[in-house]
Design a protein around this ligand. Sequence first.
Ligand code: HEM
Length: 215
Amino acid sequence: MDAFSTLIRVASQEQHTEAETSAFMSDLLGGRLGVEAYTRYTEQLWFVYRALEDAADALREDPVAGPFIRPELMRVAEIERDLAHLIGPGWREGVTALPATRAYADRVAQCARSWPGGYVAHHYTRYLGDLSGGQIIRDKAERTWGFERKGDGVRFYVFADIANPAAFKREYRELLDAIAADDLEKRRIVDECKRAFDFNGAVFRELGEEFPLSA
Ligand code: HEM
């Protein structure tokens, strides 16, 4: 079996391209959507990252998921600052999860409760992506809607405690390669990663329906 980090990357490559080229992402990165669409997307991230990070304490000592729980990755506080900036101090009253987001967050929470390997699949899909393509999204958001560079509105994309993202990603891949799982379990984790990409695709689809381009 190839290194697990290679396996999971290659297995999700096709879906990665689909996510990147989804109508919503293309429109967002193309600067064709208003800040309301970006805000709605950030709201969805809040539900997903709460599910990921509410589980952190319970999983910290877990042999499979524990090594991945790293304080420098935590995003919920950053998303909350972004939402306060984007919506205002009363933001909590107005935010709602799209049906696809609800399903996604529920699945993350379920994995967190009962299947640490599945949780790792979701962890990988989000955080390694945020450390990579997230930086492209941040740059675009700053330019399109005029957020201060690495400031309020785009804090979700800023990993202030990760000085060297490339090195961090290398270490993360080493953690994947050292995961305490046999080949069958690794295959199940890869399948869950594909599911994680499906969930992201479904959220993008629903966002795309809510913010169609009049063109
Ligand atoms: C337009 C949006 C996106 C862009 C421009 C983008 C771009 C990138 C780039 C350039 C990399 C390679 C970084 C490297 O090799 O170190 C990457 C990796 C990754 N992206 Fe994305 N991405 C986008 C959306 C997404 C989405 C929606 C997800 C899933 C939720 C995702 C998940 C990942 C993951 C898991 C990796 C790490 C692959 C690995 O090395 O194992 N990306 N992305």
